[in-house]
Write a protein that binds this ligand. Structure first.
Ligand SMILES: [Zn+2]
Length: 329
């Protein structure tokens, strides 16, 4: 999505609000752009920055070819600063570094843009520092904050920004985009259930780690039904060896959710919604005989609880052991 025309197909309302302000030369000094992964937050920030710096705009559209556009794309533009979390948060030192940079004058003009990714991860100190920055709006400075959850951002910052809400990509649109880009229909159905970020989907589909993860998940679900006594060993030998950091554990649990949900869908005859198994897969019948609908509903709850525990930094070994006990019960 490198033009407003393309962006408008995915985010019509947000595109109209922003392009209107570009046309009227009334760009806000601070934006807070909220949307799920893959909805175009970064692309909108880049389009906004190009709107301010591109040397060969056609109307509101950036040329995507001039030196300015290219430097913005490669994140090498000296007056467009990106801040992203270092570790689990965005720290005050990062904001201090940015503000120091801003005391130098710009390359061609005094125009400056800073883009904060995952702004919900600003520490309170860092957020307060940003707030002071926003309170003395310099006409030539544009802040663009990107977040998946604007409620996690302090209200005093929110109230000083123009808040732009992005719509989630519709699963149908996402499925079409995937198939058009050469993904098989089966994989597109699977990916549509997992994400609505095209980059993420293509990355996962070509990732050996992920392919192995998909296999382990199906193996584990089957093992619960067929060899429940071996599950504990399987978790220690294979699962914990494969899923290592917190993000991987969350992904593993997401996949388990999909696989157990497939069994539930099989029960209720909604085979079109099955994603991890193939429709008509004999294994589903066996699994459906083992797990009742009531059990499956409880297991899905337990998986969500396990995901919350991982998010809260409970040790993954503990989470998986507890989950195993719960499902075996
Ligand atoms: Zn340009």
């Amino acid at each position: 999505m490198k033009t407003w025309e393309e962006m408008e197909k995915v985010q019509p309302l947000a595109s109209r609000i922003i392009t209107n302000s570009i046309q009227k030369d009334r760009i806000s000094h601070a934006y807070l752009i909220q949307g799920a992964r893959g909805t175009g937050k970064r692309e909108i920030a880049q389009l906004l920055a190009k709107g301010l710096f591109c040397e060969q705009k056609t109307g509101i559209e950036p040329c995507n070819a001039c030196n300015m556009c290219k430097r913005i794309d490669s994140r090498n533009h000296p007056d467009v600063h990106w801040i992203e979390p270092e570790g689990q948060s965005i720290k005050i030192e990062q904001v201090r570094r940015l503000q120091k940079e801003f005391t130098y004058s710009g390359l061609e003009s005094d125009q400056k843009v800073y883009i904060i990714q995952s702004a919900e991860l600003l520490t309170l100190n860092a957020a307060n520092r940003i707030l002071k920055f926003l309170e003395e709006p310099n006409k030539k400075t544009t802040a663009i904050m990107l977040t998946e959850n604007s409620q996690a951002i302090i209200a005093t910052i929110r109230s000083r920004c123009q808040v732009i809400d992005l719509q989630p990509l519709s699963p149908t649109l996402f499925y079409e985009i995937l198939v058009e880009s050469g993904v098989s229909e089966g994989n597109a159905v699977f990916m549509r259930a997992l994400t609505n970020d095209l980059n993420e989907a293509t990355r996962l589909l070509s990732d050996d780690w992920f392919a192995e993860a998909r296999k382990l998940v199906v193996q584990l679900v089957e093992m619960f039904a067929i060899n429940p006594d071996d599950v504990y060993l399987f978790i220690h030998r294979h699962w914990l060896a494969h899923f290592k950091d917190r993000e991987q554990h969350e992904q593993g649990l997401d996949l388990l959710l999909l696989a157990f949900r497939d069994v539930l869908y099989f029960h209720i005859g909604n085979e079109a919604a099955i994603v991890c198994f193939q429709a008509g897969d004999e294994r589903l019948e066996r699994l459906a005989m083992h797990f009742s609908q009531e059990q499956l509903a409880i297991i899905l709850q337990q998986l969500l609880q396990a995901k919350r525990s991982i998010k809260q930094n409970v040790h993954p070994t503990l989470v998986m052991e507890q989950l195993t006990l719960q499902i075996q019960r």
